[in-house]
Ligand binder design. Structure first.
Ligand SMILES: *Cc1c(COP(=O)(O)O)cnc(C)c1O
Length: 377
């Protein structure tokens, strides 16, 4: 009998109550009934983002919201600093280039974390920089960026700090207002425990002021249209009505647990994964491990590309391999969203079997035992 377990960084497992909520009949969106539902999600998302600023919602994948934070803040020829230490940081650079923005990349070795001093220097060397684009958890490497330190540096300048938190939101701690983050980007299919299809964006007053002078072309992703509609408890275009029902259900679960507890649960699961990895003699890839994604180096002599394949096809556990130049060199666990201790121990059992099958002997229960010990400790 086959059962499937997902510990990949999105789409993640969706709780049955969230799926059930999405199956309610679709109602018309220009009605007081839908407006009440939409306004409720917008208000409660502010608690997840830890902000008083408005949070807008797009029917798109997360990248749509990333693109919106380039086209609504900048004009062609503007300068932006992009922190590029993996596939998603590089996406910031590509988005800037697509719109004729002059990007100043801070390029990192994969697995390395940005030193806040690098950002300080780049801001000094490039006066007039309009925005700094960072990533909370660089999903491709498992690296957690030092957002509080970046917030302190950027908030002293005229630039805004934009953070791609698509994977990290509601997994790794993030306090938008307290930490001085002007724009936080989120997506539905990661720790928010929803199917793919919604993207979010919180927009500070400083970012709204910059928005007023932006000249990049935009239409669907216009923040001005979205903010005006939000004031009327609506979206500018047809919202994803059924995903909005699902969002209400996931917000019920997340806020009942509480943000501090949600972060603590992800920290507990990530620590257990790290302890298990160490116990079987493997090494972490990230020099600053997040709680969102645990990236592990493939041991010498093992065909790394086969690890996620055997895990999935033989054992029914979906994890992620490496992307781009990291293909075959790392594999990634994400105990993200609707995940608990036993999801982690199940996945680790499958890892033990998989590694042994690939010629890297692991004593049965060694990784699992280390994880259980970490939970007890
Ligand atoms: C998943 C992810 C994205 C991409 O989101 P899409 O929904 O695929 O557009 C962007 N950034 C990070 C950090 C991610 O983890």
């Amino acid at each position: 009998m086959k059962k499937n377990l997902v510990l990949a960084p999105g789409p993640t497992q969706v709780p049955p109550e969230v799926l059930a909520a999405s199956a309610k009949p679709t109602i018309h969106h220009r009605t007081p009934q839908f407006e009440a539902i939409f306004a409720d999600t917008a208000e409660r998302l502010q608690r997840v983002f830890q902000t008083q600023s408005p949070v807008i919602t797009f029917a798109s994948s997360g990248t749509g919201s990333m693109e919106s934070s380039v086209v609504n803040l900048l004009s062609p020829g503007d300068t932006a600093i992009t922190i590029e230490g993996g596939k998603f940081g590089e996406r910031w650079g590509q988005l800037c280039e697509a719109y004729g923005v002059k990007r100043v990349p801070i390029t990192l070795e994969y697995g390395d974390v940005v030193d806040p001093a690098q950002v300080e220097e780049a801001l000094k060397a490039n006066p007039g920089t309009k925005a700094v684009y960072a990533t909370l958890c660089e999903t491709s490497t498992g690296v957690l960026s030092p957002i509080p330190a970046l917030g302190k540096i950027v908030s002293k300048t005229d630039a805004v700090l934009v953070v791609d938190a698509i994977s990290g939101l509601a997994a790794d701690e993030l306090r938008a207002d307290e930490w001085g983050v002007d724009v936080v980007i989120g997506g539905s299919q990661k720790a928010l425990m929803l199917p793919p299809g919604l993207a979010f964006c919180s927009i500070s007053e400083k970012a709204q002021a910059l928005m007023a002078s932006s000249k990049c072309p935009k239409y669907y992703f216009s923040w001005e249209k979205a903010l005006k509609a939000l004031a009327d408890k609506s979206t500018a275009f047809t919202p994803a009505v059924n995903l909005t029902y699902a969002l209400q259900a996931s917000l019920d679960m997340i806020l009942a647990e509480g943000m501090e507890s949600v972060w603590a649960r992800h920290a507990r699961l990530a620590s257990a994964l790290q302890a298990a990895i160490k116990a079987i003699g493997l090494a972490m890839f990230s020099k600053a491990p997040s709680n969102t994604v645990t990236a592990v180096k493939v041991p010498d002599g093992v065909d790394g590309g086969k690890i996620p394949k055997i895990m999935r096809d033989t054992h029914g556990v979906t994890i992620a391999g490496g992307q781009g130049s990291m293909k075959g060199k790392i594999f990634r666990f994400a105990a993200l969203g609707w995940c608990n201790e036993f999801d982690v121990t199940t996945a680790l059992s499958a890892l033990e079997l998989t590694l042994t099958e690939l010629g890297f002997q692991v004593a049965p229960g060694k990784a699992v035992g280390a994880a259980i010990a970490a939970f007890e400790g």
